[in-house]
Design a protein around this ligand. Sequence first.
Ligand SMILES: NC(=O)c1ccc[n+]([C@@H]2O[C@H](COP(=O)([O-])OP(=O)(O)OC[C@H]3O[C@@H](n4cnc5c(N)ncnc54)[C@H](O)[C@@H]3O)[C@@H](O)[C@H]2O)c1
Length: 369
Amino acid sequence: MAAVPSGPIRVAIVGTGGIARIHAAALRPAAPGLAAAVLAAAADVDPDRLAAFGREHGVPATYRHLDDLLAAARPDLVHICTPPHAHHQQALACLRAGVSVLVEKPPVISLREFDELTAAEAGPAAAGPGPWFATVYQHRFGAAQRHFKALAADRTFGRPLLAVCHTMWFRDQAYFDVPWRGRWDTEGGGPTMGHGIHQMDMLLDVLGDWAEVRAIARRQARRTRTEDVSLAHVTFASGAAASVVNSVLSPREESYLRFDFTRASVEVTHLYGYTDDDWRITPAPGFSVPPLMSPGPGEPSGHRGQFAEVLACLAAGRRPPVTPGESRRTLSLVAAIYAAAFTGQPVTPADLAPPSPFYDRMDGGAAPW
Ligand SMILES: NC(=O)c1ccc[n+]([C@@H]2O[C@H](COP(=O)([O-])OP(=O)(O)OC[C@H]3O[C@@H](n4cnc5c(N)ncnc54)[C@H](O)[C@@H]3O)[C@@H](O)[C@H]2O)c1
């Protein structure tokens, strides 16, 4: 069982590319609300990137391999910021070394890999402070989403009926020059897995368990192995229904979530992160509902909000959100969209259990192109 850290929390980052810089900035001691943390070590297989990252962020110890970092730097927490196909083995290595781990989305590239991770933390973690793994879904942590989720849970808006979940982003062909992007074996999917997963996670954060999915996926314009657009109809256990679109082909980019309850519509329109001002609420005729703004200072969505929660939990010996159960539900919705699209059949959670090929691979070996 991992011990509760007594001094500042020693964080290490593995993978020092694009998103690692957001992590390093969001961990800076100046960030208000953070439990004391130090960026104690970093690792990357690319020595030039590693050296540049180490210089930029004043990292005292750098390593080419995670195993060496784990043995020598003895971190309390590892942030995994490598390409998706590396997450599974690296998270397992951390858990086996007794170190808790915060994995960038998507946490892994198959449900099988996900369940192996859960099994690796299940023993000691069940009884105490870790080691655990959690997933980065930073848009759960803006003040407005947190407040909205609480109001929806206590039925302030009535019963959820209908939702819209759009991730309409634009990525040109050059974006896919990075070798791991746009491939099932390294990214685990296209915009459904890599981009829309953020909005779908917000959708599930509020509406809970999904029950059935119907979908199509297409490769319309980009030279990739994966889809570049998907469209799905999702039914929830509550009976609510959602329309979901995931695209990297949309020149006017937008992330849009809309929830129609019996007493109000709640909407957020943003792109890569929201503030309180991006939300609006419209009561149904004859109803009045409270303002959606959070009572506090309105933390925008972003890594800093999630890290504050993770570090506070680590310092207190508690498991942080986003738990494996929550994270698996989001990954399983992605798997269901691919399964429904590539089989042409409606898909339930039970349909994704072994021996479904979609348990082992997001494309189930069945992409029609
Ligand atoms: N939460 C978000 O909003 C968000 C945004 C962008 C990316 N991401 C996620 O972050 C992860 C990384 O994305 P990125 O855009 O930073 O990628 P990137 O290609 O810019 O950086 C990845 C880094 O990992 C290194 N690397 C590769 N294999 C390694 C290994 N085995 N060991 C150590 N280092 C290794 C590479 O050399 C590179 O420096 C992905 O899972 C991506 O989906 C999340």
